[in-house]
Ligand binder design. Structure first.
Ligand code: SF4
Length: 71
């Protein structure tokens, strides 16, 4: 019996995206986790930001750091 799979967690090097309202986790078919920036397109941000994002004028905090993050 296979072990139950954990839901994807934010990569530890995600920077500001980890706690941003606009970030979404995307799980690839190979099991890799990516961060999708879903900020409105008029901001001109990359859809898949280069991590870590340390400065972002569009950053909008929406939640505390996820509990399942490991550093
Ligand atoms: S708005 Fe900035 S901080 Fe938020 S998800 Fe996009 S790139 Fe990351």
């Amino acid at each position: 019996m296979p072990a139950p799979q954990r839901p994807p967690a934010y990569p530890p090097d995600a920077g500001l995206c980890r706690a941003c309202l606009h970030s979404r986790l995307v799980l690839s078919a190979r099991g890799s986790v990516f961060i999708l920036c879903a900020a409105p397109p008029e901001h001109g941000l990359n859809k898949y930001p280069r991590l870590p994002v340390l400065q972002c004028a569009v950053f909008t905090p929406n939640r505390p750091r996820p509990k399942d993050d490991v550093e």
